[in-house]
Design a protein around this ligand. Structure first.
Ligand code: ATP
Ligand code: MG
Length: 256
């Protein structure tokens, strides 16, 4: 290929925002020649590389802005450590049907059993599949909504929690809410109802949500919407955080 042509292709590729083609025209042509690609296969290669690069960039950016505490995946999860957890149910959730149908996932269990880790893993999978995601703890969400409310920006702040296709709300139940805060959570849940998915983690059974939310009527209204289309995963095993501290097979503490 003469240099005039490759310069012009590079120029056009830059104008079209085809980064990979701009930077790698030479190696791409070499690959096509070595593999003796036909015209269609070469176009397929060019577009495939470009889309792959763009998708990778979108995924990394989305993860960076998602607020996720880490990016662990289900492959990192040791299912053998939680034998009572239904592996198939979790793997089914990872197919992301819940995100497509705008239904919810609630993960319940005591501290350290992997609720946040599974919520994060589902969120990473959703992000990879192109769903917009956002992670927050309930405490942070309520604090931000309260602060926005005092400056007349409640609706704008609420909108940031309505926008993502999958909103992860972690740690429901650790800090009790007052009535005004529970009302804000109700507004969030009812506005997202059948419009977007939520993944929620909690250390409290649903029967205790009345006291967490400081109001039985609001708690019932929130749960009614949340659970209408919802998969509930109960994890009732040992804490992974304590796995090296305790000898779980004998139940005794290991000697230092
Ligand atoms: N089965 C597991 N396999 C591998 N790592 C795990 C497993 N369960 C938990 N972990 C790890 O243990 C730590 C605690 O898990 P996680 O934060 O998900 O617990 P949690 O149920 O959300 O607890 P809490 O209610 O205290 O927030 C994390 O670092 C997590 O990655
Ligand atoms: Mg957690």
């Amino acid at each position: 290929m003469n240099s005039l042509t490759s310069d012009r292709i590079r120029d056009h590729a830059t104008k079209l925002g085809l980064t990979h083609l701009t930077e790698s025209i030479g190696p791409l042509v070499d690959r096509a020649e070595q593999a003796q690609l036909g015209y269609l296969d070469f176009i397929d290669l060019l577009l495939g590389e470009e889309v792959g690069l763009r998708e990778g960039r979108r995924f990394r950016n989305a993860l960076r802005l998602s607020g996720l505490p880490h990016h662990k995946t289900l492959d990192d999860f040791d299912f053998a450590f939680q034998p009572d957890l239904d592996v198939r149910k979790v793997r089914d959730l990872a197919t992301l049907e819940f995100a497509r149908t705008k239904s919810n996932v609630v993960l319940l269990g005591p501290p350290g059993v992997g609720k946040t880790m599974i919520a994060v893993a589902l969120a990473v999978a959703a992000c990879q599949a192109g769903f917009s995601i956002y992670f927050t703890t309930l405490d942070d969400l309520v604090r931000k909504l309260r602060a926005a409310d005092t400056t007349g920006r409640f609706n704008r702040q609420l909108a940031t929690y309505l926008r993502p296709a999958v909103l992860i709300v972690d740690e429901v139940g650790y800090l009790p809410l007052d009535r005004a805060e529970a009302n804000m959570v109700f507004q969030l849940v009812s506005r997202r109802y059948e419009r977007g998915s939520m993944i929620i983690t909690s250390n409290k059974a649903f029967t205790e949500w009345g006291s967490v939310l400081g109001d039985d009527v609001l708690a019932t209204a929130i749960l009614d919407r949340l659970l209408h289309h919802c998969d509930v995963i109960n994890i009732n095993g040992p804490s992974y955080r304590l796995k090296d501290r305790f000898n779980l097979t004998t139940g005794g503490e290991t000697m230092p």
